[in-house]
Design a protein around this ligand. Structure first.
Ligand code: WTA
Length: 640
């Protein structure tokens, strides 16, 4: 690990410098409630909150509440309040797959589109508290659809367009959605994604009353009479105003499904007031975005990063931001940098997997573009290796742009550990320090708190406004997943080292979640897809290091008697995973083995499987608890 420290670049000026950051930390220490109420003042409240947090991590059946007596509408905070003085300001720069074919949307236009959408939802009988699925490309209508839900108090659940119809169907069922908003097709990297057809397939497994289809390509798609409508057919007749619902701070804003270590993906629930405060606060603190900045977060709205830093955070802060519907390597490996020059992007936020993939293609793709507009760079989604960090800093940023390595999770709503670009000296590979208001600790396997320089598991000991409130429909699972490992503490699932300067180095998941290209995949989900194939008896899935993706999926598979493991079957199994989950969960390696290493009580010893997947041939630790130690030798000979 590189120990080199990079000071804040001399010419970089941010609103929050070292003194301001120290003052924020002091303010929190002195009076946490006053500190949090202060942050809430960034928003326009229908009824201002008089209380900050009210929570406990220690009891089952507990609730986490923030700003509990406040009322507000989030679409008002993103749109209406900017209109009087800044209605003509660009809210979104839509950058389509084909360079230069996008368009810009002002705050007033986004307001009107949102109101139209909201009115259409109301006409279709959708009301406060109803669940609406959004399965869309990265087009401005997708942001308008999210904001329209927020406006009428419906709860949105965005599903990434790369998930399969099966996955979509599972989510629709889990939250009992009454509407799906989609597009005819998506276009990414020159390829067409049949979104509406996927929705149709999903709805064969459980229908909904309304499907709203936005035309993106104009492709002829089947429409079911009475259920499916084209947004464009109605748009002209819809009013461009719509009175906002006054939402209670603790009313759910959205559900976002994410993978955990066990079972099916869980519906992470975020509520209105606290989430809004945290998304607005962290966007302001970490990205230092001002009037003349152009912010670009490359994440898809199907992930939490797209929720907080493409839609809600930037819009609440009246930023101008880029909504990108393409991929980093189309039409060529210079796409990011060409787009940055063409649009004048000043702040750029992307994932380490993209940085590594582009680094591999050589510096020329970067240096042939000027990038002179850039002043700040950021990363999110997985640990960034110091090499990739240095390349990002030196080649992309010409050594002049701070790099904010931001650690957070779907569950945290917004960034929790990150440098402040104008205040925190950076160490490549470290997300540096918890933000003011965030109380992080490292604990050992027994839950003992570790002091000073140490390695352990990362926990949070107090709540913050952006914390998830529950698992949709299963509060017991919420408690079990996050608060039962270390009583009274929120367990992140991440391992972490803290160095002598108090800097945090996230080492990755310590549970059965695999982080593939920054996307969370649960081992259990992939295993369940594999065993649904009639030839498969058992499967165990682990992550292994991958140069570009960070981690990739390695599947150990045992077959039913008489079946033969060969390349054709490998293809079928990969197809099975694509069908059940989506291409993003496809294993890189499938290793057929006569048996899996199990303890005498029948538990699969994943520790051994991880080592084998990593290419180790010895040092498996204590194997005396294995029911049949010869399994290890068989596994070694069959390694992929
Ligand atoms: C990992 C994405 C190291 C981590 C916002 C976490 C990171 C999981 C970083 C959450 C980072 C995210 N450094 N690891 N800067 N950012 N992670 O829910 O393992 O998709 O638990 O949220 O990604 O992934 P999620």
């Amino acid at each position: 690990m590189s120990a080199e420290t990079h000071p804040v670049p001399q010419d970089f000026r941010a609103r929050i410098g070292p003194d301001e950051l120290a003052a924020l930390r002091r303010a929190f220490d002195a009076d946490p409630d006053a500190f949090w109420l202060d942050q809430a003042q960034r928003l326009d409240w229908e009824k201002a909150p008089s209380q900050a947090g009210d929570w406990s991590f220690a009891e089952e059946g507990f609730a986490i509440r923030w700003y509990g007596d406040g009322q507000l509408n989030l679409s008002v905070n993103c749109l209406d309040r900017h209109l009087p003085a800044h209605g003509d300001r660009t809210a979104l720069i839509f950058e389509a797959d084909e360079p230069g074919t996008g368009r810009t949307v002002t705050y007033r236009e986004l307001y009107e589109e949102t109101c139209r959408f909201a009115n259409l939802l109301k006409q279709r009988g959708i009301a406060r508290g109803d669940r609406v699925m959004i399965y869309m490309p990265m087009i401005p209508e997708a942001a308008a659809a999210m904001l329209a839900c927020a406006r009428i108090g419906a709860i949105h659940s965005v599903v990434f367009g790369g998930f399969s119809p099966e996955s979509l169907a599972g989510r629709i069922k889990d939250c009992d959605a009454c509407c799906v908003i989609t597009a005819d097709e998506g276009v990414r990297g020159g390829k067409y994604i049949p979104l509406k057809r996927n929705v149709d397939t999903a709805l064969e497994m459980g229908d909904v009353p309304t499907v709203i289809v936005v035309k993106r390509t104009g492709e002829d798609v089947p429409m079911k009479h009475g259920r499916d409508i084209f947004y464009e057919d109605w748009r002209g007749a819809l009013a461009t105003d719509c009175a906002p619902e006054a939402m209670n701070a603790e009313d759910p804003l959205f559900i976002l499904y994410t993978s955990g270590s066990t079972g099916k993906p869980k519906g992470v629930v975020h509520t209105t007031g606290g989430y809004a405060v945290w998304a607005a606060t962290t966007f302001d603190w970490i990205f230092d975005c001002r009037e003349d900045d152009i912010f670009w977060c490359t994440a898809d709205i199907g992930w939490i990063t797209g929720h907080s830093y493409v839609v809600y955070g930037p819009l609440m802060n009246r930023a101008t931001s880029v909504m990108f519907d393409g991929v980093p390597n189309y039409p060529d490996f210079g796409r990011f940098w060409e787009t940055i020059d063409r649009l004048g992007v000043t702040i750029f936020y992307t994932a380490p997997t993209a940085i590594r993939a582009l680094e591999r293609e050589g510096d020329n793709w970067v240096t042939r573009h000027k990038r002179s507009s850039l002043r700040l760079l950021g990363t999110v989604g997985e640990p960034i290796n110091p090499d990739a960090w240095e390349w990002y800093w030196r080649v992309v940023g010409d050594g002049r742009c701070p790099v904010v390595d931001t650690w957070w999770q779907t569950e945290t709503g917004g960034i929790l550990i990150s440098p402040f670009p104008g205040a925190t000296p950076m160490k490549p590979g470290s997300a540096t320090q918890p933000l003011p208001g965030i109380t992080a600790e490292l604990v050992d396997a027994e839950g003992k708190t570790l002091d000073g320089a140490a390695s352990g598991n990362l926990v949070l000991t107090s709540s913050w406004p952006g914390q998830m409130r529950t698992v949709w429909g299963d509060h017991a699972r919420f408690f079990e997943t996050y608060f039962s490992t270390y009583r009274g503490k929120y367990f992140t699932g991440d391992g972490c080292r803290r160095d002598e300067d108090g800097y945090y180095w996230i080492t990755g998941r310590v549970d059965d979640v695999i982080n593939v290209s920054g996307h969370r995949i649960g081992s259990a989900e992939v295993e369940s897809a594999l065993v649904s194939h009639r030839k498969v008896a058992e499967a165990a899935v682990v992550g292994f290091p991958h140069d570009i993706k960070g981690q990739a999926i390695y599947a150990f598979v045992t077959l039913n008697a008489g079946e033969e493991g060969n390349d054709d079957l490998r293809k079928e199994l990969i197809q099975e995973v694509r069908h059940d989950i989506g291409a993003l969960a496809a294993p890189d390696k499938i290793h057929f083995t006569p048996a899996l290493p199990k303890t005498r009580s029948g538990k699969i010893m994943r520790r051994i499987l991880r080592k084998i997947a990593e290419g180790e041939t010895q040092g498996f630790g204590d194997t005396s608890t294995l029911a049949d130690p010869s399994v290890v030798d068989a596994l070694l000979t069959g390694r992929q």
